[in-house]
Write a protein that binds this ligand. Structure first.
Ligand code: MLC
Ligand code: AMP
Length: 513
């Protein structure tokens, strides 16, 4: 039999020899040993295996962040199924879409959502719905408690699917990015070397895990980073700037979206002394302002390492970790990681000269297998010679540093979460009295960027901006709700009739300044 290329097998092989050491400690004072991780993932994997699920089954999970939720992810890999994480902010219509599209064999939700989530799941043909609370309650763990704690890791090839991550589509329909065991493992291995992770034998690292575990950053980059190095994790159920700063005295690595850095900078307890024990601060998922980069350096003495990636590709570029590879430059996302091909192309499809702006295209072992059940969409996003069009606009300077200057995709990144205007506009346009709408991203001191809606009423109709927001609140995840809604007579258009979002952005850019 060929070697097992399962991601779980590689993570498990990296556990320290002494399984009695602490692997994860929580902000509630709970501690999980490496043996606990081994046994619990075996029990959960045996539970999944006992359900007789077909090969390639999806396990969709919408639960609050907890160590057990992380164990469920690992157990899904271990059992050889596909993990489908869902943002806890998603509401009925959103869950209905994901479950209907992915047709998961298993759905796990919080106990309080069981009523409506199970209804959606059963309607979509899901046979098994379990619950998991953040306090270890629910049917999932009750059932797993009866399962054996010995389990042979399912055999997987590098090309087999490990996870589906939904990323919203430019047309408003979310697309499920299919990631393989090989995509995830190769990226984790590259980052292990590039960021100088230290195994326990090398003095060890300790990660502060402060991000949600339903997106690439918290689920893959942070978690795989620590596990592949046998590093201890300080697990924060929810990001709290004071607590994160306090934990720095026992930790060495922190990963966050820019909002987390902005919020920590607002705390007087953030000092050089508080950050003295830390080795590395990493930022990504959204642009880090040079101001934040500089302020962080001045306050802590540490230079944040900014990197760039996306759900479809995992990590693509990174500022250097080692001094001999160059300095970490604020405002840039560094160099393409080893194995990543990155080129910048103009509208004519040709490479632009160094320093000039164009569309970023990438290739490499992290690039996903395609969008779930959307072969045409997949094909559209790849060039004829097999490179993936990121939809990001940027440039590469003479020395090879990559800078992201914007996006060709109509996307707002708010506090590290993606908001696709087309989706929100679709909802607004359905509201009574609304003729049309445009959602634009404007600068925001906390979230980096937030959505602002501009709406026109139908002739003779009256539309109230506050009411629009209130209605959207009952339909959509909270981070997608526009922070303001303006009602105007008409939207600015160019001669082709296209809404000029740049004018709206310009008009409203000072709203939160
Ligand atoms: C919360 N709110 C937001 C928001 N998060 N509004 C806009 N954008 C956001 N990101 C609003 C809520 O709607 C609510 O408003 C209010 O803030 C309080 O909600 P909360 O849930 O209590 O907020 P908080 O816990 O403070 O969350 C903020 C946050 C969170 C920054 C901690 O957004 C977060 O964890 N972001 C990280 C996202 C992430 O992990 N991204 C990685 C993607 S991977 P109201 O009005 O209802 O009270 C990726 C690839 C890569 O992009 O390269 O990594
Ligand atoms: P997602 O689809 O959630 O994975 O988001 C991926 C997108 O986040 C990328 O296409 C970029 O637009 C953006 N992104 C990630 N990291 C950075 C960064 N460091 N700077 C700017 N944008 C980033």
């Amino acid at each position: 039999m060929s070697t097992n290329e399962s991601l779980f097998a590689a993570l498990r092989a990296a556990f320290p020899k002494n399984l009695d050491g602490i692997a994860v400690e929580t902000d509630e004072g709970l501690a999980y040993s490496w043996r606990d991780l081994e046994r619990a993932t075996a029990m959960l994997a045996n539970l999944l295996a006992s359900l007789g699920l077909p090969e390639g089954s999806r396990v969709a999970v919408q639960v609050e962040k907890s160590v057990e939720a992380m164990l469920l992810y690992l157990a899904t890999l271990r059992a050889g199924y596909m993990f489908l994480p869902l943002n806890t902010a998603y509401q009925k219509a959103e869950i209905e879409y994901f479950v209907g599209d992915a047709e998961p064999a298993v759905v796990v939700c919080t106990p309080k959502n069981f009523g409506w989530v199970s209804k959606i799941a059963f309607r979509a043909g899901t046979r098994h719905v379990f619950t998991l609370g953040e306090d270890r309650t629910g049917t999932l763990l009750q059932r797993a408690a009866h399962c054996s704690d010995v389990h042979d890791v399912a055999h997987k090839a590098a090309d087999d699917l490990a996870a589906i991550l939904y990323t919203s589509g430019t047309t408003g329909r979310s697309k499920g990015a299919m990631l393989t065991h090989g995509n995830l493992l190769s990226n984790a291995q590259v980052l292990k070397a590039y960021w100088g992770w230290r195994t326990p034998e090398e003095g060890g690292d300790v990660l502060i895990h402060a991000l949600p575990i339903f997106h690439v950053h918290g689920l893959f980059v942070a978690l795989h980073g620590a596990l592949l190095n046998g590093s201890r994790i300080i697990w924060l159920g929810k990001f709290d700037p004071k607590l994160a700063i306090a934990k720095m005295r026992e930790a060495t690595v922190f990963m966050g979206v820019p909002t987390l850095y902005v919020r920590m900078l607002a705390e007087p307890s953030l000092t050089r002394e508080a950050a003295r024990h830390m080795r590395l601060f990493i930022s990504g998922s959204a642009p880090l302002l040079v101001e934040t980069f500089n302020d962080w350096k001045a306050r802590t003495g540490h230079t944040i390492l900014e990197r760039y990636g996306m759900s479809e590709t995992i990590m693509l570029t990174s500022n250097p970790y080692r001094e001999q590879d160059g300095e970490r430059r604020g405002g840039t996302v560094g160099f393409p990681l080893p194995g990543v091909g990155l080129r910048v192309r103009g509208d004519d499809g040709r490479d632009v000269p160094a320093g000039e702006i164009g569309g970023i295209e990438v290739s490499g072992p992290g690039v996903f297998k395609g969008y779930w059940r959307m072969p045409e969409k997949t094909q559209e996003e790849f060039t004829a010679d097999g490179w993936f069009r990121t939809g990001d606009v940027g440039k590469v300077d003479e020395r090879g540093y990559v800078t992201i200057v914007g996006r060709s995709k109509d996307l707002i990144i708010s506090g590290g979460y993606n908001v696709y205007p087309a989706e929100i506009e679709g909802y607004i346009n359905e509201l009574p009295g609304v003729a049309e709408s445009a959602l634009v991203g404007v600068p925001h001191p906390d979230f980096g960027e937030v959505g602002v809606a501009v709406v026109t009423p139908k002739p003779g109709a009256r539309v109230d901006g506050e009411q629009v927001i209130a209605t959207l609140r009952s339909q959509l995840a909270n981070f997608k709700i526009p922070k303001r809604c303006f009602v105007v007579d008409q939207l600015p258009r160019n001669t082709m009739g296209k809404v000029q979002k740049n004018l709206l952005r310009e008009q409203h850019k000072g709203l939160f300044a």
